[in-house]
Design a protein around this ligand. Structure first.
Ligand code: F6P
Length: 341
């Protein structure tokens, strides 16, 4: 078989580990051939390819980013996009695709599968918000980066008696904030799933100062106050209709300063959470996903996404993976709340 590989959406530590595993097992165990499509769905849409063989995946296991490049191109929104992809796959002699991505990339994969394209999905996102898998690779790396940053903020916050706010990624789901905040002992964690009460946040801040221990507030970029408490800025939309977020950390700092009279400053971690080398956990998970994905392709089990269930790698329909986002459940947030204030 000749198999195309692409990586779409926001990049994520571990993408290269997946590509390596797919190609290594695909070539050495099954004898398949590969072609890389550049920049997510833009590659098959425009017929933009690069060679992908065992030699080209040597040494990429620990490298962040993706050797294939990525984009948020949405071919479904482009007139004739699906037909162009099918024509370009045929022109390249591609029998099947491995699409590595999050809800958007895999949503496109599902629609292409419904229109006759042989595709297997691999779940990727630092946000850990995909269903049909317990964890996505990249999440552990992002959490560890955020945890280390929060640990560092602690020592400087103590020295200056300031409230320090750490804004982390997480547009619809607060997994990074929850795990990094728990791991680093945050004073309060604010997530998109639960609108926050700014009065309560200020109470936590005051109580932490009373104990002579400076507060650290971890806030997911998609967190928002209960209706009407604070005005937030609206951002631009991307090709999948997602708003570009950022700014909640600064707004919180302004409000906390105004209400408590204490100095409050914000650090926005942004893309630092997505860059650099993956943790051992993410390298292993990404590698196992890659091995399982090429097995599925080899068996002709298309329309599936590989995922982690407990300690085992499983396959589920792409629809199960993309129908609904996996958000933080109430009981998981309640565990963290024990430590607030
Ligand atoms: O989906 C991963 C993610 O990092 C989100 O946490 C974040 O909201 C978004 O991507 C940012 O995307 P971009 O890098 O395109 O601005």
């Amino acid at each position: 078989m000749r198999i195309g590989v692409l990586t779409g959406g926001g990049d994520c530590p571990g993408l290269n580990a997946v590509i390596r595993a797919v190609v290594r097992k695909g070539v050495t165990v099954y004898g398949h051939e590969f072609v890389g499509f550049r920049d997510g769905w833009r590659g098959p849409l425009e017929g933009d390819t690069m060679p992908l063989d065992v030699q080209s995946v040597r040494g990429i296991l620990p490298r962040g980013g993706t050797i294939l490049g990525s984009s948020r191109t949405n071919p479904i929104k482009i007139e004739g996009g699906v037909e162009r992809i099918k024509e370009n796959l045929a022109a390249q002699g591609v029998d099947a695709l491995v699409a590595i991505g999050g809800e958007d990339t895999l949503g496109v994969a599902k629609q292409l599968f419904d229109r006759g394209v042989n595709v297997v999905g691999v779940p990727k996102t630092i946000d850990n918000d995909l269903n049909a898998t317990d964890y996505t690779f990249g999440f552990d790396t992002a959490v560890n980066i955020a945890m280390e940053a929060i640990d560092r903020l602690h020592t400087t916050a103590e020295s200056h008696h300031r409230a320090l706010i750490c804004e982390v990624m997480g547009r619809h789901a607060g997994w990074i904030a929850l795990h990094a905040g728990m791991a680093a002992g945050a004073n309060v964690i604010l997530i998109p799933e639960k609108p926050f009460d700014i009065d309560k946040v200020c109470e936590y801040v005051e109580s932490r100062f009373k104990t002579r221990y400076a507060p650290i507030i971890v806030v997911a970029e998609g967190a928002h106050p209960v209706d009407g408490q604070m005005e937030l800025q609206a951002g631009e939309l991307d090709a999948f209709g997602h708003v570009r977020l950022g700014g909640i950390g600064d707004r919180l700092a302004q409000e906390i300063e105004k209400r408590t009279g204490k100095e409050a400053r914000t650090t926005v971690l942004g893309h630092i959470q997505r860059g650099g080398t993956p943790t051992a956990y993410d390298r292993v998970l990404a590698t196992r996903f890659g091995l399982a994905a090429i097995d599925a392709v080899h068996e002709g089990d298309f329309g599936k996404m590989v995922g982690l269930q407990g300690t085992e790698i499983v396959r589920n329909g792409l629809d199960a993976a993309t129908a609904e986002l996996k958000t933080v459940p109430v009981h998981r947030y309640a565990e963290a709340e024990v430590f607030f204030g």
